[in-house]
Design a protein around this ligand. Structure first.
Ligand code: DGL
Length: 261
């Protein structure tokens, strides 16, 4: 059985891999964290498309069943490009399952989206929500300090409260019905964000929606052996390994790969 290919700039996509593993425990996963080029959030769309194409070529060479773009920035800038470049490969992005969820549950309500600068500047979420649910109010905000905070493993530290206050202490956010964590690093801060906002704002981890979408498309074989996660990085660092273990499992091992030029 072929593995599922998943990529992100760093550890964030492991939150998606984990959600997929929870619903599809028998599916093998091949994960690439492009740590050499992290962060993606401040790079240009062309640059992101170049990285995404290289990683996808590599994963296609590993004979994957399908690709999950476990990065909102790459989903925003590179999804149509990857579809055109790899027409035979099924590709799942981070945005579509969120749009379907909003259509079903939050049409006509107030929604806030937090993400990297790249995702926010792409305008993909407001455009897609306007198309499906024109009555819905959308507030978007770039929160570029949050992903590095996760990469530095500072989610539980005293700095988090001040940073959340700096970003989230805004009426449109407090008055939202839904806050979408539209960067795959952010679910690692979901408890802190929920505590900060209180119960009136529902905070959603899109990785769970993506995992559901993947399991509908590729239900796998429930009689197979337990699935394995192979975790590859383009630039090995100890801190990545530590966070990856915390997210996925304590015996996770990383391997370094060099993507062909
Ligand atoms: N995890 C990536 C995302 O979902 C962004 C982190 C980065 O800037 O590299 O957008």
């Amino acid at each position: 059985v072929k593995p599922l290919g998943i990529f992100d700039s760093g550890v964030g996509g492991l939150t998606v891999a984990k959600a997929i593993h929870n619903v599809l425990p028998h599916t093998d996963i091949l994960y690439v964290g492009d740590t050499e080029h992290m962060p993606y959030g401040d790079k240009s769309p062309e640059t992101i498309r170049g990285y995404a194409k290289k990683i996808t070529s590599y994963l296609v060479g590993q004979n994957i069943e399908a690709l999950v773009i476990a990065c909102n920035t790459a989903s925003a800038h590179a999804y149509p490009f990857l579809r055109a470049s790899f027409p035979d490969l099924p590709i799942i992005n981070m945005v579509d399952p969120v749009i379907n969820y909003i259509k079903k549950n939050y049409s006509g309500k107030a929604i806030s989206i937090i993400a990297t600068r790249g995702t926010i500047q792409s305008g993909v979420y407001p455009a897609r929500i306007r198309d499906c649910c024109p009555e819905t109010r959308v507030f978007t905000l770039a929160t570029p300090l949050l992903a590095p905070l996760v990469e530095e493993n500072l989610g539980n530290s005293i700095v988090i409260r001040g940073i959340l206050e700096h970003y989230l202490d805004k009426p449109p956010i407090h008055e939202s019905n839904l806050l979408v964590l539209a960067c795959t690093h952010y679910p690692l801060l979901i408890n802190e964000i929920e505590n900060y906002l209180g119960q009136s704002v529902h905070v959603i981890d899109p990785g769970l929606l993506v995992a559901e979408a993947v399991s509908e498309l590729f239900p796998g074989n429930p009689n197979a052996q337990p699935g394995e996660l192979t975790c590859l990085v383009t630039d090995y660092t100890e801190s990545f390994e530590q966070i990856a273990r915390r997210i996925f499992s304590p015996d996770l091992r990383l391997s370094n790969i060099k993507l062909p030029e």
